[in-house]
Structures are given as structure tokens and as C-alpha cells.
Ligand binder design. Structure first.
Ligand SMILES: *Cc1c(COP(=O)(O)O)cnc(C)c1O
Length: 406
């Protein structure tokens, strides 16, 4: 039998190993010069005003919600169809995740449903660029700037008053390198958070970055400084600053968090970013190869990944099988694995998970999210996946669908 095609292995080669070794041998392994360089390169690549590297999307977003003053009594709007992290951070902030259903034509949150979900308690909208395809930020920004919506907004603090409206946050965990109106993900809205987890397009093993792009009434150098403190226990000097002669003393003005990125992680990220275009190009070719292959089958519902205004980062190929029930989809997946091909499902909508069922969310309230989930299968996409591998995935899928739906 042929080798097992994995779902999303990281691209670890001699170049990455050499950079990590160099970081290990440099005498500086925690946050230092490589992390700072990585942050600068991300800001430049994404076109945002400042970037703070952290140890995960989750902690970056948790600290951001704390920084922005999201608290009990507040509501944050999210799509029902996302990874649990998007909702968990809101729960930990003490606020309420308000879930909305998806668009019909793609996997992103529906802006009209967002409009219906806004109340005077709404402090933020956390849109998710599912699969790497940007959410409808033009519509979302227009919505939060509407007079009627702005006038019911009530600020908890000076930053929220300065903005004077609901903040639009992007869960960009999937969308590093995606484009909308010629601008890159990370600069499409007020704040974006990336994940550099092992399975993501760009990895540092574990890691993340917050990209800030607030209006010019915010001092982004000041935000950067405050964040570097906030992610290091609130300590006003980091380890590197303290190595300067006699510079041992520091203060803690507010209790902070601990979620800084290390230079070992940044070493991986620097190489990944340097060759990122090559990685995107390969992913794009894989997406097109899948799209071409599935255009022959009328049961194949292909995902949107390129439109006039948006280009995906080609993170996940979310194929749907028309006419398959949830049970049949599960059977098809079982069959595909028999062909030594790994596939996945993204995502189980949050109302299907015990933690959110217990909090009163009901799947019936999100019919579009359920319909998308029930017949969805995510296919392998990664740099080293060859054309021959793609053809094997397609053949395995076609045979499995035909067997189960026969
Ligand atoms: C992976 C992922 C996250 C969490 O990222 P971590 O870096 O693992 O914290 C958040 N949102 C979405 C949509 C994700 O896929």
C-alpha cells in the first residue's frame, strides 16, 4: 500500500534546523533580538501599524480582551462556526459570546445576522477568516460606523471612548497572507490575531501575533510598549533590558500575564516568513488542482477562495458533499482513511460542544452552520504535498463518496 498522506505536517528542513540551532547557540533563547525582528517583519509584510509576538493566538487574544476592558456584562459577537478558542477567551474575560450564523456562499459570519445580534452591551465583533478567506470587513466596518449603531454604543473606558464604536477584531488564525482590496490580513481591521500553531500556514511550533491597526488617534508605539509589559507579568523591564550593567531593578504596576514568544520560536518564524510566498504559491496550486478535479462531480460543493476583492491564504480546502448526511459524511471519512489519506472536519460548530450546550446555545439556531458542518470534509494542503498526492486524495475521495452514496 502507498504511504499515508498526512493532513498538515510542518515544513521542517535543514534551513529551519540551522536557524533554530543558531538561536540555541547564540546565548539568548527567550524573547530577544529574533523575536523583535520577527515582529518588525510581520508588520512590514501585513502592513499593520505594530505587531506583538506571543506564545499563541489564544493568549494574545486573552490579553487583548483584558487590555481593551472587556468584562462581565459585555457581549462579543462571533460566528457559531469556529474553533473553540474564539469563544473560550470571551468566557474567560467574563463576557458573553453571542453567536451568529454564516453566509450561504462562504464559511464566514453573516453581517446581517451580526446587525440583528448587536445590543447596547456589544463591545466587540470577533470575525473569523475561516479557511483563510477574509470575512466581510468592508460591510462590518460600515455597520459599526452607522450612526444608529454608534449612538447605542456605551464605552467602559477611555480607549473604548476614543474609538467611539464597537471594535472589529479579526481571528486571523487561518489567514496569514490573505488579501482583501489589495491589503493583507493583519491590516484589514482594528486588531488581528494570528496563530503560528504547528498546523497553521506559518508556524513557530506554538505561537501567535497581535497586529494593531487602530485609527491614528491611538499611539501605536505606546500600545506596543504597554503590551510587551502586559505579556511579561506587567514587569516594566524585560530579561534582555535587565542584562545591561546594573539594570536589575524593575517595577510591576499592574499584574500582567505571561505569554511572550521565545527566540527559538522566532527563529522558525523568520525562516517561514522569508519563504512564505513560495509556500502560498504551492498552496494556491493545490487549491486549483482540487477545484479542477472536483468540477467534474456534481456532488462536490467547492469552497470560495478567490473573488474580485478577496484572495484566500489557502489554509484549508473545505469541500462539501452535496446530499450527504452527517452520518454519511462520517462514513465517507472512514472510507478515505482506508485509502491511507488523512482528512479532517473544520469545524464542529460551537453549539455542538458540551461546554457551549451547557451554556444554553442550541444548534437549531444556526441552520447554515450546521448544514456546512454536516457534509464538510477538509482535505490535505501543505507545501510538500505533490501533484501525485493531490491526485491520490481526489481518487480516494471520489471512490469513497461513490461507495457510500451509491
Ligand atoms: C488554531 C486556531 C485558534 C487558536 O490558535 P492557538 O495559536 O492554538 O491558540 C484560534 N482560532 C482559530 C479559528 C483557529 O483555527
Amino acid at each position: 500500500m502507498a504511504y499515508m498522506i498526512p493532513f498538515s505536517p510542518p515544513r521542517i528542513d535543514d534551513k529551519i534546523i540551522a536557524e533554530v540551532t543558531a538561536a540555541l547557540q547564540s546565548g539568548w533563547i527567550t524573547t530577544g533580538p529574533r523575536t523583535k525582528q520577527f515582529e518588525k517583519n510581520i508588520s512590514e509584510y501585513c502592513g499593520c501599524k505594530t505587531t506583538v509576538a506571543v506564545n499563541s493566538w489564544t493568549m494574545g487574544m486573552q490579553v487583548f480582551l483584558n487590555y481593551w476592558g472587556i468584562q462581565p456584562g459585555d457581549e462579543v459577537i462571533i460566528p457559531a462556526y469556529t474553533y473553540c478558542a474564539s469563544a473560550n477567551v470571551i468566557v474567560h474575560a467574563g463576557a458573553k459570546p453571542v453567536m451568529v450564523d454564516l453566509n450561504e456562499e462562504d464559511f464566514n459570519l453573516n453581517v446581517e445576522k451580526v446587525r440583528q445580534a448587536i445590543t447596547p452591551k456589544t463591545k466587540a465583533i470577533l470575525a473569523v477568516d475561516i479557511s483563510g478567506f477574509p470575512a466581510d470587513y468592508d460591510l462590518l466596518m460600515d455597520l459599526v460606523n452607522e450612526e444608529a449603531i454608534k449612538s447605542q454604543f456605551s464605552a467602559n473606558n477611555d480607549m473604548q471612548s476614543n474609538l467611539g464604536r464597537i471594535i472589529v477584531i479579526s481571528d486571523s488564525a487561518h489567514s496569514f497572507g490573505a488579501l482583501m482590496n489589495g491589503k493583507r490580513s493583519g491590516s484589514l481591521t482594528d486588531v488581528s490575531s494570528f496563530s503560528f500553531h504547528a498546523v497553521k500556514n506559518l508556524t513557530t511550533a506554538e505561537g501567535g501575533a497581535l497586529c494593531f491597526n487602530l485609527p491614528d488617534s491611538f499611539d501605536h508605539d505606546e500600545i506596543y510598549k504597554e503590551f510587551c509589559t502586559k505579556i511579561l507579568h506587567g514587569q516594566n523591564k524585560d530579561a534582555l533590558a535587565k542584562t545591561k550593567k546594573g539594570n536589575w531593578k524593575y517595577d510591576v504596576e499592574e499584574p500582567g500575564f505571561k505569554c511572550n514568544m521565545t527566540d527559538i520560536q522566532a527563529a522558525i518564524g523568520l525562516v517561514e516568513l522569508e519563504r512564505y510566498q513560495e509556500s502560498l504559491d504551492r498552496r494556491k496550486m493545490i487549491f486549483h488542482r482540487y477545484a479542477d478535479a472536483f468540477s467534474k462531480y456534481n456532488w462536490a460543493i467547492k469552497p470560495a477562495f478567490e473573488t474580485d476583492t478577496k484572495t484566500s491564504s489557502y489554509h484549508l480546502y473545505l469541500l462539501r458533499i452535496d446530499g450527504a448526511s452527517e452520518a454519511q459524511r462520517d462514513e465517507i471519512i472512514q472510507e478515505i482513511f482506508e485509502h491511507d489519506v488523512s482528512v479532517n472536519v473544520h469545524f464542529q460548530p460551537l453549539p455542538l460542544l458540551t461546554a457551549y450546550k451547557k451554556r444554553g446555545y442550541q444548534m437549531n439556531d444556526y441552520p447554515e452552520a450546521y448544514a456546512k458542518y454536516a457534509n464538510e470534509i477538509s482535505l490535505p494542503v501543505y507545501f510538500n504535498l505533490t501533484d501525485g498526492d493531490v491526485d491520490r486524495v481526489v481518487a480516494a475521495l471520489v471512490a469513497s463518496v461513490q461507495k457510500v452514496l451509491a
